[in-house]
Design a protein around this ligand. Sequence first.
Ligand code: FPP
Ligand code: MG
Length: 298
Amino acid sequence: MLSAVERKIEQFIADLNDKEVSRLYTQLPHGKRLRAKLILKIAGSSLSVVKTAAIVEMIHAASLLHDDVIDDAYTRRSKPSLNALYGNKTAIMLGDILYSKGFLELNNISADVAKVISNAVVQLSLGELKDVSLSKTFNLDKELYLEMIYQKTASLMEASAGAAALLAGKPKEAYMIYGRNLGLAFQMIDDILDITADAETLGKPSLHDFEEGKTTLPYIYLYEVLGNDEKEKLRSLHAKKLTEQEQLWIKTIMQKYQVIQKSYLEAKVLIEEAIALMNERGEHALSSIAMQMIERDF
Ligand code: FPP
Ligand code: MG
């Protein structure tokens, strides 16, 4: 039923009656539509469910358009990002259009659903700002990192699952915990892949996060176990363009101290908790979505 969501987004875009926006939209890669999948698996495929899934995907797409401008990212899902193709101004405005059209349509669902989703978008924006601020420092505080990824990524997955539960008349708490855990694990794995996956698989340069000033979970764990000289060396490499040799040093030392494995295990625990919660409710399709997340390699 994901195709019904695609058609609904296309219809929302066509409503805008603007040829340039329609053309720009066709250039956006669709991605995995993970949030829409969650919503459909929880709530079926009635019209308001499909609309909610389409709205959430439009908001998500808007946030990535803005994020690529903020992160100076010139690729998205192995293709040139919209800011790379048409510049920042166009990318920002297309984001604003998708976001505001999504909000306009949200008014036609229910007040409860609108509240859950709009609260998540506030969190999303607060999280992105926190990400920007933290990347100006050499952040070593794990709690701050977790709070930031909760806001930036997990809040919209939590809200997607919660909104779907509301639409389906299911108790929203368990579904929200499921969405939250999935979102946290998703971002942790995204951050791990920035280190472990090669640039081709990733569709963006490897170690880009650290070059951008982001100290994600493996860096936080690494710093805890390094000796003083190594600590100093890692600090000196933060937020700068890395040579191949420097990249290799980071990857080798991470391997030596097994911090990728440690970070991955933390994501896995969250996924296992989400799976147990859904198995308890007989929601096996949701358990298998969670399972796919820890198996993904891009
Ligand atoms: C990706 O993080 C970014 C997000 C999940 C959220 C971005 C949110 C905003 C820009 C603010 C809200 C926007 C609107 C339209 C209200 P990342 O850079 O770690 O992931 P990446 O590797 O996919 O780029
Ligand atoms: Mg980014």
